[in-house]
Design a protein around this ligand. Structure first.
Ligand SMILES: Nc1ncnc2c1ncn2[C@@H]1O[C@H](COP(=O)(O)OP(=O)(O)OP(=O)(O)O)[C@@H](O)[C@H]1O
Length: 326
């Protein structure tokens, strides 16, 4: 009974999460705040991929980093497997960090150029005090082959690898400590387009093999579509829509989502779609618009949108939108 209850429970529940960065004036006092993440709520089910999509600067990376507590939150909760990450002691956080790993956008800058791949991959095991020296080496060799590299790569340095291979090393490093959750922050956007699908397919294969749960962050909705079970769309620190991937693509509700989807090239011959054109520039998160944060760019905006922030509503099962039109 307790086992079933635990397995039904989401792996991660993010509730009302806010992360504001202080902007300090000449005297060191806080004069303004960048509202990078502004009241975000969503859950991650075990074994699924939740894609987080939005334009550059909308707060995706900050959201991922705050959940892993690489940066401290301003407000809210991130309940990982029943326990709030933000209430954890240092020892609890260290244990949780073993379970929650991150794959970064730029694999090169996240790999120490002076260390051989074997040492880079072994490091997380050393930090967490896992295994004997021989067990650690065996684990490195096993993971190297699982990510499509070879045993002989053990002695090479990061500069001897291509971009795609380096990202495989980044993924291998995350896998070393047997995590359950991996936050993938733009894992292909620094790579050549020709190898995007190799890396995405590798992530899918590893997910099936190890039963991983992914929070997959990217600005390109076609990539997010390919890997995600559900998608959340962010704008200026807020999640404006979230739904199962098929629902979101079949019936996008928020104008921002419609605009993102209308920019995706049509692949079927003869198919046409309406282009949704947004007005204005993206406002600064230092001074987000009043009312609905999207109203300055929304072609459907009314007086109400300028005055009142829309509540998040579930319009069909699992499909949430924050917009006065619904
Ligand atoms: N350490 C920081 N101090 C101050 N402002 C920050 C800091 N980190 C991020 N920001 C600001 O927070 C906002 C959200 O940034 P974030 O990097 O999370 O967005 P993003 O959607 O991941 O964009 P990108 O894909 O370009 O990285 C931006 O306005 C950014 O300038």
């Amino acid at each position: 009974m307790p086992d079933t209850a635990q397995n039904d429970r989401p792996l991660l529940e993010v509730k009302g999460l806010k992360k504001y960065f202080p902007v300090r004036g000449a005297l060191g006092t806080t004069v303004q705040e960048v509202k990078a993440v502004n009241d975000v709520t969503f859950t991650l089910k075990r074994g699924e991929t939740f894609g987080m999509v939005g334009e550059s600067g909308c707060g995706k990376s900050t959201l991922g980093r705050t959940i892993l507590r690489l940066t401290e939150p301003t407000e809210g909760q991130a309940i990982y497997d029943g326990r709030d990450v933000f209430d954890m002691t240092d020892a609890q956080l260290k244990a949780a960090r073993q379970d929650m790993q991150m794959v970064f956008q730029d694999p090169f800058s996240s790999l120490n150029p002076r260390k051989r791949i074997g040492a880079i991959l072994e490091e997380p095991l050393v930090i967490h005090g896992i295994g004997t020296a021989q067990e650690r080496t065996e684990k490195v060799l096993d993971i190297l082959t699982r990510v499509g590299l070879q045993a002989e790569h053990y002695y090479r340095y990061p500069h001897e690898f291509s971009g795609g291979q380096r990202q495989r090393i980044g993924i291998a490093r995350a896998l070393m400590v047997d995590p359950r959750l991996i936050v993938c922050d733009e894992p292909v956007s620094a790579l050549d387009v020709s190898i995007h699908s190799q890396i995405i397919n590798l992530l899918k294969q590893l997910q099936a093999e190890f039963g991983l749960t992914y929070l997959f962050i990217a600005h390109d909705i076609s990539i997010v579509r390919y890997i995600s079970d559900r998608i959340g769309v962010m704008y200026l620190g807020q999640m404006v829509e979230q739904a199962a991937t098929d629902d979101l693509f079949a019936a996008p509700k928020h104008t921002h989502t419609q605009a993102l989807l209308s920019a995706v090239p049509v692949t079927q011959p003869g198919a046409r779609k309406e282009r949704v054109v947004l007005g204005g520039e993206i406002p600064s998160p230092l001074d987000p618009p009043s009312g609905c944060v999207f109203h300055t760019r929304c072609p459907m905006a009314t007086e109400l949108c300028k005055q009142k922030a829309p509540a998040r509503r579930e319009i069909t099962e699992g499909h949430h939108v924050a917009c006065h039109l619904y």
